[in-house]
Design a protein around this ligand. Structure first.
Ligand SMILES: NC(=O)c1ccc[n+]([C@@H]2O[C@H](COP(=O)([O-])OP(=O)(O)OC[C@H]3O[C@@H](n4cnc5c(N)ncnc54)[C@H](O)[C@@H]3O)[C@@H](O)[C@H]2O)c1
Length: 146
């Protein structure tokens, strides 16, 4: 299974925020949409980074006083780790685990094609395990013709 198969079900819409917005603006969108990440766009509309719950938590820990005035662009992660629609889910699982990231923007020819989270991945892998489990149980209990 590939990244594009997840996007077929999940859709390609990606929630974004401007780098000049405040962290409080980001928190509001995250809570309203019930998601854990926002891609950050610069003034030209290009992707400049990603802001996640963890980035916000780190900022909170560093400086609670200035928290409400901080801009998204000052807190976001700038070195984006990305995947492409044709990547296998095994590969994506490895990237997420090795880099300890839970959200991967999906990019093709420099264009944003979607975003997948560790939850999306676990959901698919869980489905695959269930199907395999069912086949194995049927096989063991002799449901298949010999
Ligand atoms: N059963 C499901 O279908 C399913 C799918 C994903 C997550 N979850 C659950 O949600 C909880 C949190 O999930 P998570 O840690 O993977 O992260 P999350 O809360 O950020 O992800 C939840 C969903 O929002 C989407 N999302 C996140 N950021 C987005 C953005 N900027 N634009 C568009 N979509 C965005 C993700 O792709 C995922 O589908 C977990 O409890 C997980 O099990 C369930």
């Amino acid at each position: 299974m590939k990244v594009k198969d997840i996007l077929k079900d999940k859709g390609t819409e990606v929630a974004t925020i401007g780098a000049e917005k405040t962290i409080c603006d980001a928190v509001k969108i995250l809570v309203e949409k019930n998601i854990g990440s926002l891609l950050v766009k610069d003034e030209k509309g290009n992707i400049a980074g990603i802001i996640t719950e963890r980035d916000i938590l780190k900022q909170c820990n560093q400086c609670l006083e200035s928290f409400s005035e901080m801009k998204v662009g000052d807190v976001m992660t700038k070195n984006l780790i990305v995947a492409s629609p044709d990547d296998d889910l095994d590969y994506v699982e490895n990237i997420m685990t090795q880099n300890r990231v839970r959200h991967l923007p999906i990019i093709l020819n420099k264009k944003l094609e979607g975003i997948i989270s560790i939850g999306d991945l676990v959901n698919v892998l869980r489905g695959e395990c269930k199907v395999e489990n069912r086949y194995l149980k049927d096989y063991i209990s002799g449901k298949y013709p010999v």
